[in-house]
Write a new protein. Structure first.
Length: 202
């Protein structure tokens, strides 16, 4: 009886075999089954101090998603609203890019672009109070998603700091998160990877 190896044979990636990379593919597929749980755990880190706002970032995230749901937004947009600030606890100065990177394989290019740039576009509402250019977003005025990002920030982000708003609980959104993250990577953007669930290894 042959026992399947638990580790690869190499110590340098350029010395790997087809069997080694088949093993890694299987382990990555298994690890991805925990993705949603890991994502929601990251969201949980936003609980805690309000940091001067009337709600904390966790409630803000739920409220953003609730506003998107109330607006009859599609499921992808709702999940993006829920997760748009997920990197705030570990990358506060670059949280938009972190959330964008997390979502990119599972959402459309439009949704990714909005999340990746929402921090810059949110600056319109307050950067002038810090001596910064509130119109910095206009560098993207000719971009096809410029207006969509303005509207997204206005409807789902900058309004989501109200402790009296009837915000839905995380359990309401969990099935949506499951569906978005369990689709084939890059499928939503029309760039689905070829092959039987091939996942890049790097």
């Amino acid at each position: 009886m042959t026992t399947e190896p638990r580790t690869v044979s190499f110590t340098r990636m350029d010395q790997g075999t087809a069997e080694d990379y088949a093993l890694l593919q299987r382990t990555i597929t298994t690890a991805n089954e925990d993705l949603v749980g890991n994502v929601l755990s990251m969201l949980d880190h936003l609980k805690g101090e309000e940091r001067g706002f009337q709600v904390n970032r966790y409630v803000h995230s739920l409220q953003s998603a609730t506003l998107a749901h109330a607006d009859d937004a599609d499921e992808e947009t709702i999940v993006a609203a829920l997760l748009h600030d997920i990197g705030d606890s570990i990358a506060p100065d670059n949280h938009s890019a972190l959330a964008g990177a997390l979502l990119r394989p599972y959402v459309s290019d439009k949704t990714w672009w909005i999340i990746n740039h929402h921090g810059l576009f949110q600056g319109y509402h307050f950067w002038h109070y810090y001596g910064m250019d509130r119109n910095a977003r206009d560098a993207y005025r000719d971009h096809p998603y410029y207006q969509a990002c303005i509207e997204w920030c206005d409807k789902y982000d900058q309004r989501a700091f109200d402790p009296a708003y009837p915000t839905k609980p995380l359990a309401f959104f969990e099935p949506m998160v499951q569906r978005v993250f369990r689709q084939k990577p890059w499928q939503a953007s029309g760039r689905s990877l070829e092959g039987p669930g091939v996942v890049p290894i790097d």
